[in-house]
Design a binder for this molecule. Structure first.
Ligand code: ZN
Length: 117
């Protein structure tokens, strides 16, 4: 499964429940047949918070923003936000795959971060 260009979710083929791709069976009905749903290019910031005491993995940052976004196809995701601009609920963002931190062993960790358009 490739995560570097699109975020992906599993949609249950029976009850249409959306869930993280790591689940082998539907969390709602236990079905094991899924359709993969991909993120769209743009998403909308629904709400956010600023973490002023980040976990140790983010020790290189004094603080960072964590936001809930909704893609144009209705899928919602929680993730780190770029803080270059003032954050306002309703603003348009795009997911970018990049280094987000270093773990406690000093290894670089990559994931999606949401950047203002
Ligand atoms: Zn289901």
């Amino acid at each position: 499964m490739e995560f570097k260009d699109k975020l992906k979710w599993k949609k249950c083929s029976k009850c249409e429940f959306l869930q993280h791709p790591s689940h082998l069976r539907c969390l709602n009905c236990k079905n094991d047949k899924f359709i993969f749903i991909e993120s769209t290019d743009k998403c909308t910031l629904l709400t956010y918070t600023i973490l002023k005491a980040p976990p140790m993995e983010f020790r290189s940052q004094k603080s960072y923003a964590l936001g809930l976004v909704e893609f144009n196809n209705g899928i919602k995701a929680l993730g780190q936000l770029s803080t270059d601009l003032e954050l306002v609920p309703g603003m348009q963002l795009k997911p970018v795959f990049k280094k987000i931190c270093e773990n406690l062993n000093g290894e670089e960790i990559y994931s999606f971060i949401f950047v203002p358009l």
